[in-house]
Design a protein around this ligand. Structure first.
Ligand code: 8YV
Length: 326
């Protein structure tokens, strides 16, 4: 870690993993952006001393906050998804942005497969059945659906999408995918549109990045195309799925079930889903293991260190070409 310089401070924006927040405070003399009415005063007093922000995908840095930090050089994001940071505004201001790719792909892919199995086999619901004494009272649990060999479609064949595919090949699942563009040398079948992909598969898994480009990519038409025998799994961002349409489809039996780790307005989950045994609900825990969160923390600090030393990042995110950069 470089020598601390009072004109090049680090700012924590939003809650972070406690050990990361503690390291930022003790080793980087980082400040924490206040949330309440003290924020404008804090920014007026300290805004021009901030060289780097450390945040997470749950909070991010919007254009308004960026303009209150005129000497900001980097947004260091804990997490692979950075849709809460305004990348166009960052590019315009020559602010570089990093995320934590690769180190979480295994755990998020494990979560996707876990959700798929749980939604189709209803293990969580069957567990509740045992605990409620219903095995004794009501007899055997109803039959569910076979996972191995089911046709799986993946929306977004990036690092996480590919890690999901690799796992499901082991289950004998034929894999097809939809992506912004076809992935060169991929062994999986490319499908031109999300709706066409949904039509062809038994399970649709959402692994696309969030943000305006993918908002409601899984809309009513895509959900209709999955159909009453099909399942949806989302480990990406709630924003990629039209949640009202999803709730409606599940309520009306137009979808067999769903496994969801992400929601539109976390931590709020639509009330209607809470009583559905064909829906598995997780509190955004995709990357949430001790091992992976430690690796994400280390990569976050490596990005911060490199930026403070050289102005560069270890894992920069691609910046949009459209923004004007000097
Ligand atoms: C984390 C995530 O929950 O990496 C991401 O984009 O959504 C998760 O790994 C989140 O970033 C931690 O705040």
């Amino acid at each position: 870690m470089p020598e601390s310089d009072s004109s090049r401070r680090v700012l924590q924006v939003g809650p972070l993993k406690p050990s990361l927040a503690e390291t930022l405070r003790t080793s980087y003399d980082a400040q924490v952006l206040p949330d309440g009415p003290e924020r404008p005063t804090f920014l007026a007093e300290h805004g021009d001393t901030i060289a780097a922000v450390v945040t997470s995908g749950r909070t991010g840095v919007d254009a308004g906050l960026m303009s209150a930090l005129p000497n900001l050089g980097a947004v260091v994001n804990f997490g692979v998804g950075y849709d809460t940071t305004d990348i166009e505004a960052a590019a315009t201001r020559n602010v570089v942005v990093s995320n934590t790719p690769d180190v979480l792909s295994d755990c998020v892919a494990d979560t996707a497969v876990g959700l798929l199995i749980d939604a189709m086999r209803q293990f969580s619901a069957a567990d509740r059945y045992v605990r409620a004494g219903r095995w004794v009272a009501d007899g055997n649990y109803p039959l569910t659906h076979k996972v191995s060999g089911s046709r799986v479609g993946i929306i977004g064949l990036g690092r996480i999408g590919q890690a999901i595919a690799t796992r499901l090949v082991g289950f004998g699942c034929p894999i097809s995918y939809h992506n912004r563009r076809e992935v060169a040398d991929s062994p999986y079948t490319y499908v031109e549109s999300a709706v066409e992909l949904a039509r062809q598969v038994d399970v649709l898994i959402v692994a696309a990045a969030g943000g305006s480009g993918t908002r409601h990519l899984v809309d009513r038409d895509v959900l209709d195309a999955i159909g009453p025998d099909g399942y949806l799994v989302n480990i990406a961002r709630g924003s990629v799925v039209d949640e009202d349409a999803l709730v409606e489809a599940l309520t009306e039996g137009k979808l067999a079930g769903a496994g969801l780790d992400v929601f539109t307005d976390e931590p709020k989950v639509p009330e209607a889903l809470l009583s559905m045994d064909n829906v598995v609900l997780l509190p955004h825990v995709g990357s949430g293991t001790i091992e992976t969160r430690a690796a994400m923390e280390a990569l976050t600090l490596a990005n911060l260190d490199k930026f403070l030393e050289s102005g560069e990042l270890v894992t920069p995110v691609p910046m949009p070409a459209s923004a004007t950069r000097s």
